[in-house]
Write a protein that binds this ligand. Structure first.
Ligand SMILES: CC(C)(COP(=O)(O)OP(=O)(O)OC[C@H]1O[C@@H](n2cnc3c(N)ncnc32)[C@H](O)[C@@H]1OP(=O)(O)O)[C@@H](O)C(=O)NCCC(=O)NCCS
Length: 152
């Protein structure tokens, strides 16, 4: 049985472990400096999900005006399909809904079927497409979830 999920904000002491997951999960991973910028940015929050002593995943989102912008979500490959990203996203969406945010927005690669399925499972809908958004020329889907009145 999995140990309980513990979700808490990232600190500088977590950087090394976060970078390991980041490099395992993304084609163009964020650097150490980029995570340090997130930690210094009052609009940003990086949540970590721990199972026992193991970092299972993280989520980075910015709160801008009435909107939550989801910038980065990643689950350690050996922990996938066990509800890590779901738990992180649910907590972030619910917390921000409770404090008055109206919607959540994100960009996702057109080919990232796992992430698109994750977002759709929360009710995110496609609201646009950004041509050649990524450095390798792939398009991004823009997805939105209206938080006002949404039931989790
Ligand atoms: C996308 C990602 C974050 C999903 O993380 P995860 O912890 O494995 O996801 P969860 O276990 O919480 O899945 C929740 C739901 O999302 C959907 N889902 C997740 N992975 C899926 C996959 N590979 N195929 C289809 N649906 C998937 C399912 O609906 C799933 O519910 P279910 O398991 O009950 O069917 C993970 O695959 C990852 O880290 N990918 C690399 C980084 C990335 O692409 N991040 C997103 C950038 S926008």
């Amino acid at each position: 049985m999995n140990p309980e999920n513990i979700i808490r904000p990232m600190t500088e002491a977590d950087l090394e472990q976060v970078l390991v997951i980041e490099h395992l999960c993304h084609r163009t991973p964020w650097s150490e400096a980029m995570f340090l910028n997130e930690l210094a940015n009052p609009l940003s929050r990086v949540d970590l999900l721990w199972r026992g002593n193991d970092l299972a995943g993280f989520l980075c989102a910015w709160r801008v005006c009435e909107e939550l912008s989801i910038l980065n979500v990643a689950t350690a490959p050996n922990m996938r399909r066990s509800g890590v990203a779901h738990a992180l996203l649910e907590q972030a969406l619910y917390r921000n809904q409770q404090t008055g945010l109206e919607c959540a927005l994100l960009e996702v690669r057109l080919s990232n079927l796992a992430a698109i399925a994750l977002y759709r499972s929360f009710g995110f809908c496609e609201v646009g497409r950004r041509q050649r958004y990524y450095s390798d020329g792939e398009d991004a889907l823009v997805m939105q979830l209206v938080l006002t009145g949404h039931r989790f």
